[in-house]
Design a protein around this ligand. Structure first.
Ligand code: JA8
Length: 418
């Protein structure tokens, strides 16, 4: 039995777009049978009345249950028995549950099994509440009141178009390329999409990111995942609740991702007035791929990575051993000691829990190494970082000055016992 959708509205012409594009083609190809009905066909008075004033008072009009009952009995044919699979009465309303890709998948499942969806498009202040109550009590009708977003439309018709398009494209045979269904935003991994680019390589002075033209499919996949996670963190941090940060030790093969991440995050900890040239010079000198390969081989260092949804979003590097700076050596109260030398998280993920997970793992690793305390240097003006370190048990020991490029900078030195 073909999938069947009935739409009931006082403005059936509003549903004309269902003849077009992908949904129109699916109908022509017999993949789905969609019928649009005029609610007024089920009125019985001279004026074809569908609404009346609300009991209890208030502005506007409410749609009459008797008219809707006639209409829905006719299109749903409950108990008619001809349709073996599920029936759904779908009511778009701002008071409904949020319509999601998951609901679209469930509705597509009902249709694919030969079921039926009847969409009731309300107008005015909505439909008399007894209508959903009545059909919800019907053994083989599932009532779903859904909202397509937190705003108010003039009626359910546009919301019905949204729901029908989201559902029909999931029906077997509708989309040519099945992979595009699972690869896109709100697919299985619950992340927003990475940015996409096509020809030309330079447009109005804007270049396609070099990595996408490199042909290195492993690095391209990593880059896309990082951009997807970053975008999700910025725009929809709520979606990241499903992807708690995890921490692991960095391995030999991580040198490249570490160098990229270090170059991207270094400027976050720099004073706001530091020049691009000074920052770039520091990155070229200290944060190269070769440097990280060396760091990863060094027995006195341990590097940890924070990952969110499979993307590396932060790292720490710690160094066990005597402080090189004699002033710091004199100030650190316990021996042996270690320096928390680098602690960086991508800016978009600063509030994601990745930093705390990294800190917890870094301190745990220091304890496993039998270290009684750990110190760090943080730029004196980096109040956000200092607050974070204080929250994680660090306290100020003193200060130090050092050079980046042409500038003298001053750090706070902080310390905590383990
Ligand atoms: C409305 Br009236 C009416 C009916 C359905 C919907 S869905 C939405 N966002 N607004 C208004």
């Amino acid at each position: 039995m073909t999938a069947r959708i009935d739409v009931v509205s006082i403005f059936p012409d509003y549903l004309a777009p269902l003849d077009l594009s992908l949904v129109g083609k699916a109908r022509q190809r017999g993949l789905v049978d969609i019928a649009v009905h005029d609610l007024r066909a089920w009125t019985s008075d001279r004026h074809r009345t569908v609404d009346d004033t609300p009991f209890g008072g208030g502005a506007g009009m409410v749609m009459r249950p008797d008219v809707w009952g006639q209409a829905l009995d006719a299109v749903l044919d409950p108990g008619g028995g001809a349709r073996p699979s599920g029936r759904v009465l779908l009511v778009p309303t701002p008071a409904g549950e949020p319509f999601t890709q998951r609901i679209a998948e469930e509705l597509a499942g009902v249709l694919a099994d030969g079921g039926q969806i009847a969409v009731a498009c309300g107008r005015y202040e909505g439909i008399d509440s007894r209508v959903t109550e009545h059909y919800a009590a019907h053994q083989d009708v599932q009532v779903r009141e859904v909202s397509i977003g937190d705003y108010v439309l003039n009626g359910g018709e546009v919301a019905a178009l949204v729901v029908i398009e989201a559902v029909v494209r999931l029906l077997p045979g509708v989309l040519g390329n099945a992979a595009s269904v699972v690869e896109e935003s709100h697919g299985a991994d619950g992340l927003l999409e990475h940015p996409s680019y096509t020809q030309p390589p330079v447009w109005r002075g804007l270049e396609v990111p070099e990595i996408l033209r490199s042909g290195d499919h492993g690095r391209i996949a990593d880059w896309r995942r990082e951009r997807a996670v970053e975008r999700t963190a910025r725009v929809r941090p709520d979606l990241l609740a499903a992807h708690p940060a995890t921490v692991r030790a960095a391995r030999k093969g991580d040198a490249e991702v570490l160098a990229d991440l270090a170059a991207a995050t270094f400027r976050l900890a720099c004073p706001p007035d530091m020049s691009e040239e000074d920052m770039a010079a520091y990155v070229r000198e200290h944060l190269t791929l070769e440097r990280f390969r060396g760091y990863l081989r060094d027995k006195h260092r341990w590097l940890l990575l924070a990952e969110v949804a499979g993307a590396v979003v932060g790292y720490t590097m710690s160094i066990a051993g005597e402080p090189v700076d004699p002033e710091i050596a004199a100030a650190v109260p316990t021996r042996p000691t270690a320096e928390l030398s680098k602690f960086y998280v991508r800016a978009a993920l600063h509030r994601s829990g990745a930093a705390s997970a990294l800190m917890d793992a870094t301190l745990a690793t220091a304890r496993e190494r039998g270290l009684p305390g750990i110190w760090l240097g943080v730029h004196g003006q980096n109040e956000r970082a200092k607050r974070f370190y204080r929250k994680h048990g660090f306290a100020r020991l003193g200060g130090r000055t050092f050079t980046v490029g042409s500038r003298r900078e001053s750090d706070d030195v902080m310390y905590r016992t383990l």
